[in-house]
Structure formats: structure tokens, C-alpha cells
Design a binder for this molecule. Structure first.
Ligand SMILES: [Zn+2]
Length: 414
């Protein structure tokens, strides 16, 4: 679907040259525009941990992505809805996203980490992805996923309809279809049946979304993105994209955009995004779920990803890992104890303008809460600024030069 249904729309401003699908554009939402490519910080439970929304806006974040599964468990979608929706509840006036909860529900049965980019070599067997040594907390069937709450063990069920209901109550501007997540070590046969099930679930999401949208007059339009699965298989990814692109409600409405989900091997990110971008409608935005490492960002943007989210910049910040243009380092290491320079020379973030490595080192050693806040501000600013610079380079026709320069410096010391 294109145009500006209820305040939602997407425009492509400039494309990369050659047969590449990367581009700069603008996503319009009822709560403001997102200039793309854009990095979307993750506020899983309606908060980007340790950071005030005002500071997030100041460091250049354009949107925030929260998680339907976590907000379903606590405080419950009815409370967020009664507060006026996710943005009002968390005091974030800009655009918001929620992911469907599928990832977290499946992860209860799979036991892998929240970051999608993974190395197959670290997964030893098919079972490595299936809750090794842990009680399996979720089971997938044709209708949806039954699971036990990781908070209190109570029984729950997520289906496409439940996910849509939860995400409509949460009220984010961009929401995602409920999909089945597989891992890189599931068999080809399982991947095929999973892609087919995800497609059936996508149709149910689209139909339920249309019903719920019709019933929410007076509230801002929520854009629904279909999610492409298919793991590392080109034919499965392409078929999944064609299926989602052609999917319609009885009234003829399709998806407003597309998410590229599932496990991606790090070296294959560009290739897989490229397959999807060449099959998906050119005039719809594409979101890549779960990447933020600089080389992954360049590869994904070049191949056609418009927005992406990741917990990594804030998660590693809370452990003292600091991103810089020359690579990552830990500020709790001994050499930072007496270093009175900023976390990164030349960084324009609040932390670097006011504090030193020695102070951050002290905060981390003392387990002070401010450590997480200051480190998170820097890492989120680093990622937002990198993606802003990539967008500028696309607009100026200097993407390749900028990538060579940036990654040359980034790799040299990592
Ligand atoms: Zn900084």
C-alpha cells in the first residue's frame, strides 16, 4: 500500500546508483517524520533503559521501538491504551514502533539471544537453538504459540489476532505482523513449513488489522508491516516477499511496509536484504530487525534497508563497552582510570561534552547508576550519528567513499 493513509506514507528521495536497492527517503507517521535510513533505538518495556526521552530526542533519535510481548506481560496493553497509547505513556512525542512479540515468544522455546546477526559456527547442533539445559517455555502450532510467562509461570497464548489486538491497544505508529522465527540451524524442511505458516499468519494479521482499524475511528492510523522469513535460503526469502507483497484484505488493502526478520548470518546480511528489496514493492519502507554494528549497517543500507533497530548500543553500554569511530573499547579497563579525555575525541554527545573516561571508569567501578545513563547516551548518539552520516552520503552521492573511509578507520583498531 502506498500514499498517505491516515497520515502514514513513504517517499523515496534519492537512490544509490547501479543495481543497488539502497536509498534515502522519508516515512511520514501521525507522530512525525522519520528520515531514512534511520536507526531506531529500542525501548523494550516503553523505556530506553537509563535514558530520559528528552535526552533521546536531543541525541537525534527519530523514533523508538518497544516490544509487544513485554508490554503485554507488564503492565498490560489496557493500561498503555488508557494512558493514551505508547508514546503518551512513556512521554515520547515522536513516532513509535512495536514489534509483534513473536521473537520473544519463540525465544522462550529457543534460548538464543536478542540480536539477530549470529555466527552459525557458535551453534553446535539443531538442539543448540532449542533451550538447551532450560525448560522449554513455548510451543508453536498452526494457530499460534502457547507459552508460560517468564515472570510468574502463568499460561498464555499469542496468535496473529492476539498480537494485532495487543499492538492496537499499545497504539504505536508502525506495528508488525506476528511471524514464526526460526534459527539458522533448523532444517530446510522446517524452514519451508515455517515460511508457509508465517504467510498464513500474515494474512490473518492483515485481516484482523483491517477489522481493528475500522473500529478505532478517531485514533491515529497504525501502519502494519508484514515480516519476511526464510532464513538463509534465497528461494524461500524471495517467495515469502512475493507472497507478502501480493497479500490483500477483501477490501484490497495490503501491507504498509515490510520487516525483514529471522536469523541472518553476519556475512550474508547484505545479500539477504538485497533479495528481499528486489522482490518487495519499491514504494514501501523496509525495516531490518535487530542490527547495529557499523559494517552490518552499511551492508544493510546499501542493500535496501530503510530503518533498523537494535538493543546492542544500550545493552553493551551498560557493561561499559563504548563505540568509537576506531572501534569498541571498555571504559572500565585500567588505562581509562587516569584518562581525562572524553569517551571519544570529537564526539558531540552530552556525555563527551561534559565527562571524561576517568569519571566513567570511576562510575562503572563504583556500580553507580549514572554510568549506564552516560554510556548509553554516547553509544546511542554514535549509532544515530553514523546512520545520519550514511543518509547524508547517499543524498550527496558519496556513499561508497564514506563507507570505505569509515570502515577503514573502524576496522584498523578492532
Ligand atoms: Zn560521546
Amino acid at each position: 500500500m502506498t500514499g498517505t493513509a491516515g497520515g502514514f506514507g513513504f517517499e523515496v528521495v534519492t537512490r544509490l546508483d547501479g543495481d543497488r536497492h539502497g536509498r534515502a527517503g522519508v516515512i511520514h507517521t501521525p507522530h512525525g517524520d522519520v528520515r531514512t535510513p534511520a536507526f531506531v533505538p529500542v525501548g523494550t518495556k516503553a523505556t530506553v533503559k537509563a535514558v530520559l526521552p528528552e535526552m533521546l530526542a536531543q541525541l537525534g533519535a527519530q523514533a523508538v521501538l518497544a516490544n509487544a510481548f513485554h508490554l503485554y506481560l507488564q503492565p498490560g496493553p489496557a493500561i498503555v491504551e488508557a494512558a493514551g497509547g505508547l508514546g503518551a505513556f512513556m512521554n515520547w512525542p515522536g513516532p513509535t514502533f512495536t514489534d509483534s512479540g513473536g521473537f520473544q515468544v519463540m525465544s522462550l522455546g529457543a534460548g538464543f539471544k536478542k540480536v539477530i546477526a549470529m555466527e552459525v559456527s557458535t551453534l553446535k547442533t539443531d538442539d543448540a537453538a532449542s533451550a538447551r539445559g532450560r525448560k522449554r517455555l513455548s510451543r508453536v502450532d498452526e494457530d499460534g504459540v502457547g507459552f508460560r510467562s517468564p515472570i510468574d509461570g502463568s499460561k498464555h497464548r499469542f496468535t496473529p489476532e492476539v498480537s494485532m489486538g495487543v499492538q492496537h491497544a499499545l497504539g504505536a505508529d508502525i506495528i508488525f505482523a506476528f511471524d514464526e522465527l526460526t534459527t539458522l540451524v533448523n532444517t530446510r524442511e522446517y524452514q519451508e513449513s515455517s515460511v508457509e505458516r508465517t504467510e498464513r499468519w500474515a494474512q490473518r494479521c492483515l485481516d484482523e488489522h483491517a477489522l481493528l482499524t475500522a473500529g478505532r475511528s478517531g485514533k491515529p492510523y497504525q501502519a502494519l508491516f508484514g515480516v519476511v522469513q526464510g532464513a538463509q535460503y534465497e528461494d524461500l526469502r524471495r517467495a515469502a516477499c512475493r507472497g507478502l507483497a501480493a497479500m490483500r484484505t477483501e477490501a484490497g488493502d495490503g501491507f504498509d511496509g515490510y520487516g525483514i526478520g529471522g536469523a541472518l548470518e553476519k556475512h550474508a546480511i547484505g545479500e539477504i536484504v538485497g533479495w528481499c528489496a528486489s522482490e518487495l514493492p519499491e514504494d514501501a519502507p523496509r525495516h531490518l530487525l535487530g542490527i547495529s554494528e557499523p559494517e552490518d549497517v552499511f551492508a544493510a543500507v546499501e542493500a535496501g534497508a530503510d530503518t533498523f533497530d537494535c538493543v546492542m548500543p544500550s545493552r553493551v553500554a551498560r557493561n561499559g563497552a563504548i563505540y568509537t569511530a576506531s572501534g569498541r573499547y571498555n571504559v572500565d579497563q585500567a588505562r581509562c582510570r587516569t584518562d581525562f579525555t572524553p569517551l571519544e575525541d570529537g564526539c558531540d554527545c552530552y556525555t563527551c561534552e561534559h565527562y571524561t573516561k576517568a569519571y566513567l571508569h570511576h562510575l562503572f567501578k563504583g556500580k553507580e547508576m549514572l554510568a549506564a545513563t552516560l554510556a548509553t547516551i554516547h553509544n546511542e548518539r554514535f549509532t544515530v550519528r553514523l546512520v545520519d552520516a550514511i543518509r547524508d552520503a547517499i543524498l550527496q552521492g558519496t556513499f561508497d567513499e564514506f563507507r570505505a573511509e569509515f570502515l577503514g578507520g573502524y576496522r584498523r583498531r578492532t
